[in-house]
Design a protein around this ligand. Structure first.
Ligand code: NCD
Length: 300
């Protein structure tokens, strides 16, 4: 059985297969989707807030002809009564053919996968990973740059708690020409386990960094992960990208953000040609259509 639990599970061949499948799904979307998943059911189980991820999973399932059942909030589920994740999954995997889930606990999806009779899709496990987001990020990057050419991806913001960064750096390791660069204050720096010796590390943004960046990946300071509120308040606006800063990037560069953004990208940037974060979010649908089809073995 195929689960999607961590970005580390993919090798280059599998990533390329998923990207190709996502491109096919994007084509299908132009004519309303496909009926590949006719009769299948996706359950979405989200124990943390979400707009894009849950709704794009659900849209993806509907666009491949399947159905959706959902418990968008633990307030309405038996977790509130003290049910364990394992029991919830045992039950749900008797109802649905695939389960997409999110929780604030690192490793939650692995726990679920151990007892599940159906594929588990990790839609974010606390400050751990967000592997399906990393695939839509990779898909978006691949629309603008060949992953075989030398490109520089600069990650900025909360690299410590930002799970999308953890997963995207991991998938990018499969492409040796991609240079990774991390910009964060010490309190938010990238964890050792996601670092490699050739990476470039900075604590502040400079004109030189901007000038030599192909993909600027901006993240939100993850308020919900801070034990110390004052520390969050101090760090939340460390980086703010306005039109002036973005204009220092190369013309052909792109700006990504997993969203939601708070203050880190000013709204005036949205109109600039480099701003691709809304397109990135839209790519969540074909990529998740591909992922659901992949784990359900609906295509050869
Ligand atoms: C991200 C997440 O939940 O980790 N959002 C998303 O799924 N697109 C990023 C974030 O919340 O900052």
């Amino acid at each position: 059985m195929k689960h999607i639990l961590s970005a580390a599970q993919f090798d280059r061949a599998e990533l390329e297969k998923i990207l190709a499948l996502a491109a096919r799904m994007a084509e299908n979307l132009k004519s309303d989707g496909t009926r590949l998943a006719d009769g299948k059911i996706l359950a979405t189980l989200f124990y943390e807030p979400s707009t894009r991820t849950r709704l794009s999973f659900e849209t993806a399932m509907l666009r491949i002809g399947g159905h959706v059942i959902s418990t968008p909030d633990t307030k309405f589920s038996s977790v509130q009564k003290g049910e364990t994740v394992e029991d919830t999954i045992r039950i749900l995997s008797g109802f649905a053919d695939v389960i997409a889930m999110r929780s604030s606990e690192i490793g939650f999806a692995e726990r679920a996968a151990k007892v599940s009779a159906v594929p588990i899709l990790n839609a974010g496990d606390g400050a751990g990973e967000h592997p399906t987001q990393s695939l839509l990020d990779l898909f978006t990057i691949s629309k603008y740059f060949s992953l075989d050419k030398k490109i520089c991806v600069t990650f900025v913001g909360d690299l410590k708690f930002g799970r999308t960064v953890h997963s995207l750096t991991t998938v990018l390791r499969n492409f040796p020409n991609v240079q990774l660069r991390f910009v964060a204050p010490d309190e938010l720096k990238i964890p050792e386990k996601y670092r490699q010796p050739a990476d470039e590390i900075f604590t502040e943004i400079s004109p030189e960094i901007l000038k030599t960046t192909d993909v600027l990946y901006v993240t939100r300071v993850q308020e919900e992960r801070f034990a110390d509120r004052a520390q969050y308040e101090r760090l939340r606006d460390t980086f703010i990208f306005d039109a002036e800063k973005i204009s220092q990037l190369p013309k052909k560069s792109i700006v990504l953000h997993p969203l939601p953004r708070i203050n880190e990208i000013s709204p005036e940037v949205d109109a600039l040609p480099q701003a691709k974060y809304f397109e990135q979010a839209r790519n969540g649908v074909p990529v998740r259509m591909a992922l659901i089809s992949y784990v359900l073995n609906l295509i050869g």
